[in-house]
Design a protein around this ligand. Structure first.
Ligand SMILES: [Mn+2]
Length: 386
């Protein structure tokens, strides 16, 4: 049995105000090529299909196209579950109809978690879809007072799966959860208010492969000392600047007759990389020195010590996709040679600003003109207030 494990597509995501749909389409095109070449028996997307409950039409259209090409053109079954960003009810639309074409969608948590059974030369493999659900939802759905938090909710769901299906079949679990010990990043939305909302990895015993979504960094965690079964594929793209050093990929998983899985990580090349760069304006405006593309999405740490006029505008002439500007704390804060804006008069503040911007001292004539202008403004303000 061969399947592809991916998660956290977040279709429709905005990145610093920018729509990422074209970037998402770019890597999903590579996924389709990969499916055509690797010929998996199924493709799993472990939640956060969309970035929000009501996604923009462009995101819905992209998902429609990708799924149609995988399921209809390439005839590969696709298994989707809802993540915490998805609307369970909206994602669930048409689930029974779509299952007839081998697109298996689980938005709402089902009362009875029946497996999807796919066969290979060695027999059946059971795929269990556990969409993200709030503990209160799980408590109501399972009618179990023992469910009070994400941990007890997952335990209740998995106990039910294990008790209903005790035969020795090979089994894969698909879920969207924060497993304790996992390494998070800025683009994940917390799963619970107040608490960490994490689940012990030990809960996930008894499955040959646990295909997880939620954490955007690809990573594996040990289940009772076994490091071979529980994996996060990570998100489709880098969705925050603190992910700039990560490598995003998907897994091709091969399961043998005994259920033992081996994984191959395949990197999907992004249309534009997400990077952090640093330097003074003069250095940065000379262009990239380390061979990276000017077209990347950039967060720039500006190292100049004084004010810089229209830094974003100037940088974007060289790097069109600068999305965020930062200044080091020590520069933005209180360096000793900067005037204190609370105690320094207007004229002295302006002198200091003028010197930073032009490199020259204010001439006596210029200072006189500045003082006269400010006085006139103050006078006008006072008169207007009377
Ligand atoms: Mn996510």
């Amino acid at each position: 049995m061969r399947f592809i494990h991916t998660a956290d597509w977040h279709l429709g995501r905005l990145f610093h105000g920018l729509h990422l749909t074209d970037d998402q389409a770019f890597v999903l095109e590579q996924l389709i090529d990969l499916v055509r070449d690797a010929k998996p028996d199924a493709v799993i997307v472990a939640g956060d299909i969309y970035d929000r409950a009501v996604p923009p039409p462009e995101a819905v259209d992209l998902l429609d196209q990708v799924l149609s090409r995988l399921v209809i053109d390439l005839e590969v079954p696709v298994i989707l579950i809802a993540g915490n960003h998805d609307s369970p009810g909206r994602l669930n639309f048409g689930a029974r109809l779509l299952a007839g074409r081998r697109l298996y969608v689980t938005g709402n948590l089902p009362e009875a978690c029946k497996p999807l059974v796919l066969n290979d030369a060695h027999g059946p493999v059971h795929f269990y879809s556990v969409p993200f659900a709030e503990p209160a939802m799980v408590r109501a759905c399972l009618k179990s007072d023992a469910v009070t938090d994400p941990q007890t909710a997952m335990v209740a769901i998995l106990d039910r799966i294990r008790s209903a299906h005790t035969t020795g079949e090979r089994r894969v679990l698909i879920a969207h959860a924060f497993v304790a010990g996992g390494d998070g990043c800025e683009s994940e939305r917390p799963l619970s208010v107040g608490g960490a909302g994490t689940i012990d990895a030990a809960c996930f015993h008894g499955f040959h492969y646990v295909a997880l979504g939620h954490l955007h960094r690809p990573q594996s965690l040990a289940v009772n000392g076994d490091e071979k079964t529980l994996h996060y594929s990570g998100s489709l793209l880098k969705y925050s600047f603190d992910e700039c050093d990560q490598h995003k990929h998907i897994y091709i998983v091969d399961m043998d007759a005994a259920g033992v899985c081996t994984r191959e990580a395949v990197w999907l090349k992004p249309r534009r990389d997400v990077r952090r760069i640093a330097g003074t304006m003069a250095e940065l405006l000379q262009g990239p020195t380390d061979g990276f593309s000017k077209e990347d999405y950039l967060e720039v740490m500006l190292m100049d010590e004084g004010p810089v006029l229209d830094a974003m505008g100037s940088l974007r002439e060289v790097y069109p996709h600068v999305l965020h500007l930062r200044r080091p704390e020590v520069v933005a804060g209180t360096t000793s040679d900067r005037p204190n804006v609370r105690t320094t008069g207007d004229a002295d503040l302006f002198k200091s600003f003028f010197k930073h911007v032009t490199g020259n001292d204010l001439t006596p004539d210029q200072e006189t003109a500045f003082v006269a202008t400010v006085d006139a403004m103050h006078t006008a303000e006072r008169e207007a207030a009377l």
